[in-house]
Design a protein around this ligand. Structure first.
Ligand SMILES: [Zn+2]
Length: 112
């Protein structure tokens, strides 16, 4: 999929609406439109990168920011427990082919 037809790129560009939680130079955090828990955010790079396998060495700082922003999200929500999930690729149920992490919290979780 090209960046032009990508839903997340349209949200980043402001041509599609979303509930924005955090907006940094490189990342956007939005509410998932189909939340699976009381807190369910999507952390996405503003740059169109399809999957974790498409990151290159130039993206090392960006990859770090994707994890570090969880501290700001946890502080903002006043929580210390959350789950971070990356569905990477179609068979892993990645529905939007633009790299994103699910930040999920606010209910007791089991598994893993
Ligand atoms: Zn995109």
């Amino acid at each position: 999929m090209s960046a032009e037809s990508c839903v997340f790129c349209k949200i980043v560009a402001g041509t599609l609406p979303a509930d924005i939680i955090l907006d940094t130079e490189d990342l956007l955090v939005i509410k998932d439109i189909n939340p699976q828990a009381p807190i369910h955010y999507l952390i996405l790079p503003k740059k169109h990168i399809e999957t974790l396998l498409d990151l290159n060495p130039m993206d090392t700082l960006l990859a770090s920011e994707l994890l570090m922003i969880t501290q700001r999200l946890a502080n903002k929500a006043g929580i210390k427990s959350f789950r971070l999930v990356a569905n990477n690729g179609k068979e892993a149920n990645q529905r939007v082919p633009h790299l994103h992490l699910h930040f999920v919290a606010g209910s007791k979780m089991t598994g893993f």
